[in-house]
Write a protein of this length. Sequence first.
Length: 619
Amino acid sequence: MKKILSGLIVLLILGLAALGGATWYGGSRVESELKQGLTAVNGSLRNFSAQIQLEPPLQLALHSFQRHPLDSDAVLTLEGPADLPAERPQIDLKLVHGPVLWRPGTGAGTPVLGQGLAHLQLDLSALSADQQALLSQAFGGREPLSGLAWRGFDQQTNYQVNLNPLDYRDETSGVAVTLTEASLTGSVSESRSEGGNILTLPSHFRAGAFSMALPGDSGSSELRFSGITANGNYDLNADGLALRSDSDLAVSGVEFTAPDLPEPVSFDLVGHSSMGDDAGNLNLASSLKLQVLKTPFAPETEASLDFGLTGLNAKAMAAFQQQLQALQGNMNEVNRLTLAGLKQVAADAQADGALTDDTTGRDASPAAAEPDVAAAGAGLAAAETAAEQDTAAAGTGLNPEDQARLAELSGELEQQQQQLLDLALEKLVNPGHTRFTNALAINNENGKASLDLDLTYQGPPDGMTLNSTTLPTLTPDQLLALVRGKVDFGFDPALFPLAALFLEHPAIAKEDERYVAHLELAGDRLVLNGEDMTLEAFIALLEPDAGGLLMDPGDLEDGEPVDGDMPNSGQGEDGMMDAEPTGDEAVDDGSMVDEPEMIPAATPAAGEAGTETAPVPAR
């Protein structure tokens, strides 16, 4: 018996030792994995900050880390632009070491096995007492949000973030916001493929009833919905580019009321989008539907929009996304410099206004009113010299270095846009396979409207590589042959009677009181409502004044239209050249013609030859 008991004790000690060793080993990995995770998150924050022109970018910093035998504590702070409030919340992380992932107070209800667990809470102690009281009142004395994430031995990380019910009311302004609940759950897993590592990110978002009231001069406006659900599933490569995606969105019970609306506007919103690779062909699809749309201006209406783009080259799309990211980065930098210059121009204008106000507010005594001619002349000369030294930067608010950087970026952007167009035309689209479809439909008891497009890319003429250089050289017939397909339009005037005023057009026909247009792109010709026509005739039908927009390159001499190519150029309706009105005709409409202001011509110094005193008209 003693031997058995001793053996059990030994096994227990060994088990505890093994558990302690595993826990210690898990704890040694926690800090390094936390830093790796922060690096990935900060990369996304940098991209987001660049898009909204934040400098320096938002970043999560590891403020402190304390390791204990069974768990660790970490504090994260949000860093970024100087105008971030000094009193801002911090993020407290309670990190539990594996392999047993359960500790009291961490939000993990039952023990699980894995590498580590993190419990997230907001530390509001840095906020002022008034701010803390406001948040406590808005969230009913509960924490605003909490999060939980754990990583299993299968290398999959699961997470859950919960937002507690919100009820915020400002009695002074009348603003009120309520939200019953919101949560986000999902996971992140990694796998390998021929192209490298792939991250798979399924997620689910749910929100309960929401309302927001905003006061106005004539009363409050209110936006409400009864709930939101959103599901997503994404595959990303190591660069964060999407390889596959599938997502759906449902917003129910949307309602908007305002003092100027006799009745609320309400609807349900449903959407879906997907992107997938089918044997090297990338297919994109999306749909959006407004259901049970009720407005004061029409009976209950249904509206839908379906979009599809299929047959793209999947490998070229990855390169296209990378170039697009680089282009977006330069555009963000251009926007940042431009915004900084505008802010400086506004600050300079404000300073000039303050200086003017200060000058006009001084003592207006006769002595003070006498101009100091010498000082004024010296100031004018100094201003002219400064303007000559920095003419380029004067109107932008930027210093010469930033001005040069802006010019450099503008050149890079032009080159990147050309490369992006070349990639799209040469590799992204597949002749005979790339297809674009779009279907818009609106209907109610009064009638329906629809617009359907179905177009397939045919490619350039034989022997030609289509890119940004060759595209402008195509003739109208060659442009027409690039795409085949059809466009169908239909509209019942009872659906919206006022729209009929804009549908009386030669390109639109009438079938049983319904406005219709059927356009077929047949390669070598256009067929509009059953009649063949050329591209030039079609453009002229849509816009009579645009007849010269599409000309064969052979009709140009030295880049200019040959005489007679531009219709009615400089001619009146009778074919005669237009003449400037003269004499009484110039004032035939009853308008006044101002006499030219007379100013003395520049006069040489006394005693010099060629003194001229004749007045000349001012420009």
